[in-house]
Design a protein around this ligand. Structure first.
Ligand SMILES: Cc1cc2nc3c(=O)[nH]c(=O)nc-3n(C[C@H](O)[C@H](O)[C@H](O)COP(=O)(O)O)c2cc1C
Length: 198
């Protein structure tokens, strides 16, 4: 039997009525919910099950203050106010984990580790996909999201990923949103503007 489509309320929560949030209610996110979020979104697919995303959940006041100087002016106040800010990074040496993650193809690391550009392409593509899975999983768990690209990547890498091969991709504020901070909803492209059926 094929799966049934999700009901309308679920589709609304994940996509059709979900918004990008800029203001946050004063409700904390327990660490257990961050674990549940990871345990949910990590099941989304990546090439050779390479799972290149690496996440720092910035939650403590000290960690938030460390992040603050790397943020663009327009993103700073709302990020400081968010209960948690996820730094979604990708590990350029993700292939070190492949023996464990993809045992059905021994030597799969050789598909990636021979060329830094090939490794980057897979790390960035898979890490970005996993960032998107994180957003949808967060919404499925009742959280709201505020993704952001407006920050100094090099500074975040220095502050949070020094001594590693992990690079930052984007940030995502997490919490229970306050609709008072929302911008008006913008149009999306129509099917014929973005898609064709070949
Ligand atoms: C990768 C990414 C980067 C973004 N960067 C920023 C940002 O730096 N600052 C900001 O205020 N909004 C940022 N946004 C928010 C988008 O403008 C917003 O998600 C989009 O307009 C859709 O809004 P809606 O979900 O409310 O319809 C970003 C969104 C994504 C997914």
């Amino acid at each position: 039997m094929p799966n049934s489509p999700l009901n309308q309320a679920a589709l609304n929560q994940l996509f059709l009525e979900a918004r990008t949030f800029n203001a946050w209610q004063d409700i904390a996110i327990p660490d257990e919910l961050l674990h549940r979020l990871y345990d949910t979104f990590r099941m989304g697919p990546t090439a050779a099950n390479s799972c290149p995303a690496r996440i720092v959940f910035v939650k403590s006041k000290a960690a938030k203050e460390k992040l603050a100087p790397a943020l663009s002016e327009g993103n700073r106040a709302k990020t400081m106010a968010a209960p948690v800010t996820a730094i979604i990074g990708y590990d350029l040496h993700f292939y070190d984990q492949l023996d464990k993650l993809f045992p059905n193809a021994p030597g799969a690391r050789s598909w990636f580790d021979y060329d830094a550009q090939v490794a980057f392409t897979n790390a960035f593509r898979g890490g970005t996909l996993q960032g998107a899975y994180l957003i949808i999983a967060a919404r499925a768990l009742g959280l709201d999201c505020g993704p952001m690209g407006g920050f100094d990547n090099a500074k975040v890498d220095e502050l949070f990923f020094a001594g590693t091969q992990v690079k930052s991709n984007f940030l995502c504020n997490l919490g229970y949103g306050d609709v008072k901070g929302n911008y008006p909803r913008n149009h999306r492209l129509a099917f014929d503007e973005a898609c064709s059926i070949a």
